[in-house]
Write a protein that binds this ligand. Structure first.
Ligand SMILES: [Zn+2]
Length: 242
């Protein structure tokens, strides 16, 4: 028993040292540093070589009275898109909110504002994924004109504009609707939240939209907002800036 505990502590310490090398200046992480850490973590997950960093007893104890997550993630509730696992992060690193189809409402925006304004999180990730049930329901509802019923109607109603938008943009099928829903969600967040828009403009925050492939676990970037704004003061998608 004592040996097991000692072994566990040693492994925790080793994992902590590894993540120190990956990400030595966590406290003052910039948006670019946070984005790099996220991509490196996803690469480890994809390759089947996760470090499972910062998940030991020492880390748990150290965080009892504080948290400094370097990323806020707003993603789909799908059981296969487990946020901390697919980016190989540990306790206190990722501030997570998930709803089916990652649809926004006032409570979601308030939660994201808490992360950005009170916890000074430098990166916000919006995460969609292929074969999303909520997006599929919206897509089918768009095709048939029927509503699924119950409060699922609330989800579908919020995704439906992106289904129509995807068609208009030439993005076909469920995959196109997933990408469009992710892009639209990225843009909607600073449009609706002045607090988040200010953080973007001041360079304290970047927002990226990623889509996740269930089969290989890899993420692709579909939108990226930073401090650059257009003539109307709206954040410009850096991916399509030309
Ligand atoms: Zn989903």
């Amino acid at each position: 028993m004592a040996e097991d505990l000692e072994q566990g502590t040693r492994e925790d310490a080793t994992a902590d040292r590894r993540i120190e090398r990956v990400n030595p200046a966590r406290r003052f992480l910039t948006p670019a540093d946070a984005l790099q850490a996220i991509h490196e973590g996803n690469e480890r997950f994809v390759n089947g070589t996760p470090l499972h960093p910062n998940q030991g007893a020492d880390r748990r104890t150290a965080l009892a009275n504080t948290q400094e997550p370097f990323v806020a993630l707003f993603g789909c509730s799908d059981s296969r898109v487990a946020a901390e696992m697919i980016f190989d992060v540990g306790l206190g690193e990722m501030f997570v909110i998930r709803t089916a189809g990652q649809v926004t409402d006032g409570v979601v925006l308030g939660t994201l504002e808490y992360a950005v304004d009170l916890l000074s999180t430098p990166l916000l990730v919006v995460l969609g994924h292929d074969s999303c049930g909520a997006v599929t329901a919206a897509h089918e509802s768009y095709e048939s004109g029927d509503s699924p019923g119950g409060y699922i109607d609330d989800l579908v109603a919020r995704i439906m504009p992106s289904v129509a938008h995807a068609r208009a943009q030439g993005r076909e099928g469920i995959h196109g609707a997933v990408a469009q829903n992710t892009i639209d969600t990225v843009k909607r967040i600073p449009q609706r939240s002045p607090i988040i828009k200010r953080a973007l403009r001041e360079g304290r925050l970047e927002i990226v939209g990623l889509t996740y492939r269930l089969e290989d676990g890899r993420v692709s970037t579909v939108a990226h907002l930073g401090p650059i704004v257009d003539a109307e003061g709206q954040p410009v998608d850096l991916l399509t800036r030309g």
